[in-house]
Design a protein around this ligand. Structure first.
Ligand SMILES: [Zn+2]
Length: 283
């Protein structure tokens, strides 16, 4: 089973009124000001999955600052997973800095969503090192058995819209304080697999997973093999669709020189276990 653990969808009405939302949310404005930054509906995601041979995708909206827009996004994600039962799992976008976060997590659980993400610390106005602010959200996730997907980026290297100023130290401290909450650190966790060679970092991140979202925009493909060795069984194939195409990204992972077992783990095995996914029924 091939699982893309990191995809974004938008309701058609937000895509149609993109200009308005660019002004309404500064972080969204930064990421989507370029007209080439693609936005996709759930139907487009499903078409892409069919073309690429992706069985299941984990999908979610944009991590808006405004809790009202988060609710709108979650309603759309919930509708999409109902319409495409067995093909999509949904995460809830929430802003942990808003008072509304816990209520929205509970409401999203009622809608059938299965995790939280993608948190956008910089855009939503907090830092990943702010464990007190994040505590209610991470506790709510733990009590539901939900993973929390967090946008993490590299403290070195080139600039790009949405890079932000990451605190890998903050991520490690956060994971250490909430060891029972499963974190998924997007975009290879900003390079944290390497720091897992330090025993105390490895211990703090024992319950953390990484995804491969946007990898070709950031790293050489050697990272698939190297990271699989550093964090075996804790890497989820994710594209950041529609930022990157699923078909092309799958080809890259498949030709990255991974052993067969490691490849199967990365492309779906780990996600199936983590999210309790079921094999989709063949039509
Ligand atoms: Zn993303």
């Amino acid at each position: 089973m091939i699982v893309d653990s990191h995809t974004h969808v938008f309701p058609p009405e937000i895509i149609a009124r993109r200009q308005e939302y660019l002004a309404r949310d500064a972080w969204f404005g930064r990421l989507y000001a370029n007209p080439k930054a693609r936005m996709a509906t759930a139907e487009e995601l499903i078409s892409s999955m069919d073309a690429a041979g992706v069985d299941v995708a984990v999908t979610f909206g944009f991590g808006w600052g405004d809790p009202g827009l988060c609710r709108l996004a979650n309603d759309y994600t919930a509708e999409a997973i109902r319409t495409h039962a067995g093909r999509l799992a949904g995460f809830a976008v929430v802003n942990p800095a808003s008072r509304d976060a816990e209520a929205e997590i509970a409401r999203s659980a009622g809608l059938g969503l299965a995790g939280i993400g993608e948190l956008m610390p910089e855009g939503q106005g907090y830092s990943l090192g702010d464990a007190d602010l994040l505590a209610p959200t991470l506790e709510a996730a733990r009590s539901l058995g939900w993973p929390v997907l967090v946008h993490v980026c590299e403290p070195v290297g080139h600039e790009y819209p949405g890079k932000g100023s990451p605190s890998l130290d903050g991520v490690v401290r956060l994971a250490g304080r909430f060891p029972e909450t499963t974190l998924i650190l997007a975009h290879w966790g900003g390079g944290l697999p390497f720091y897992e060679l330090m025993p105390e970092v490895r211990a703090a991140l024992a319950n953390a997973f990484y995804d491969t979202a946007a990898s070709p925009l950031l790293y050489d493909d050697a990272i698939f093999r190297v990271a699989a060795e550093l964090a075996p069984g804790r890497i989820l194939f994710g594209t950041d669709y529609p930022l990157l195409g699923q078909k092309r990204m799958l080809e890259r992972v498949r030709s990255a020189g991974l052993g067969e077992a490691a490849l199967r783990e990365m492309l779906g095995g780990t996600a199936v276990r983590l999210l309790g996914l079921e094999e989709p029924r063949v039509a």
